[in-house]
Design a protein around this ligand. Structure first.
Ligand code: XMP
Length: 318
């Protein structure tokens, strides 16, 4: 694709020109935008780029390990993996209000990132995977999502950070970012991942968060996602995940009575994430997902499927 090749060549040249021999840091989340930005910048300036990956302890199962394999080993990106799980979990202990959880997670992220970025001596630029829709959204002060939920994808870093911004994807739409990613050699499944919210599993564990609930949710969510891929359904839905309710119910396993948590499987189809419908997933598929979660995940004995549209429901449960 000559247009993309052109775009990549032009942008690589611009990055080289702008950065010169300076150092750049980038917050790598494992999501599409920051990953494509990282690989693109690395193509331009190699090891002058240091990526910081913060494991909040609220990520999908094995996420940190997968990011290190995919981008560290395969693309040779220089990634500093910061395991901040305990910090996040201890700050969240006993907190059940969704907006308060978001604030705590957002603030903690900024603290950890700030600390780590200052350990990288002489870094002049801060790179971000900001894409065109982020630029627009951050300009509309009264955008519905800004009112309903305090997203922290854009403008989440403190003003006083003395870095110059480097945002090579600022003019691109999502589908263009994906194409650039594939052109750069990032595997298809990584470039077509569903979006994942900044507060992560922190807002998919309803009520107070703890390490055991994180483990339970990671296992259940991983099964659902595996099955979507296995059945060719992953790219037919826009966002899919599992939610863990703080509700226990009675069940029976063999001769024993169980009293365990309820998981909700959620899958939404949407174009812009402002309105969405629930995915009409096949019954047989849902049956497989439910059986696997109940049989394989210790701590869950009941699975429900969310059949709510947005509005009035939101895609996430918190
Ligand atoms: P809702 O739940 O409002 O979600 O229908 C719409 C889209 O936004 C994502 N989302 C978030 N992303 N920080 C984020 O970075 C947040 O606090 C947040 N809340 C919701 C959600 O996953 C969906 O894609």
């Amino acid at each position: 694709n000559w247009k993309l090749t052109n775009y990549i060549e032009k942008t690589v040249a611009e990055i080289k020109e702008k950065v010169g021999s300076q150092k750049v840091i980038l917050g790598l989340s494992g999501g599409v935008d920051s990953s494509v930005a990282a690989v693109l910048i690395h193509k331009a300036i190699g090891d002058q780029l240091t990526c910081i990956f913060v494991d909040t302890g609220l990520l999908r199962k094995d996420e940190a390990q997968k990011v290190m394999e995919n981008y560290g080993e395969h693309f040779h990106l220089n990634i500093k993996l910061i395991d901040a799980s305990e910090r996040f979990l201890s700050k969240l202990a006993g907190i059940d209000d969704p907006e308060q959880k978001r604030k705590i997670i957002g603030n903690e992220f900024v603290h950890v990132f700030d600390e780590e970025s200052h350990k990288i001596e002489g870094a002049k630029f801060l790179a971000q995977g900001t894409i065109y829709p982020d630029v627009i959204e951050s300009q509309s002060v009264n955008g519905p999502s800004a009112v309903i939920k305090s997203h922290h994808n854009v403008g989440g870093l403190p003003e006083e950070m003395e870095f110059e911004l480097l945002e090579p994807l600022r003019e691109l739409f999502k589908d263009e970012v994906r194409k650039v990613g594939e052109e750069l050699g990032i595997p298809h499944h990584l470039v077509y991942r569903h979006p994942f919210p900044g507060p992560g599993l922190g807002i998919r564990i309803l009520g107070a968060v703890d390490a055991e609930k994180v483990r339970i949710l990671q296992e259940a969510d991983d099964i659902f996602i595996q099955e979507l891929y296995k059945n060719g359904l992953y790219e037919k839905v826009s966002q899919a995940f599992v939610v863990l309710l703080p509700v226990k119910s009675v069940g029976v396993m063999g001769d024993e009575r169980t009293y365990e948590y309820t998981a909700v499987v959620r899958s939404a189809n949407t174009i812009d994430f402002m309105t969405a419908t629930w995915s009409r997933l096949p019954y047989e598929f849902l049956d497989t997902v439910s059986s696997r979660i109940i049989n394989e995940v210790r701590g869950i004995n009941r699975v429900a499927y969310d059949i709510s549209s947005k509005p009035p429901a939101t895609i996430e449960w918190e």
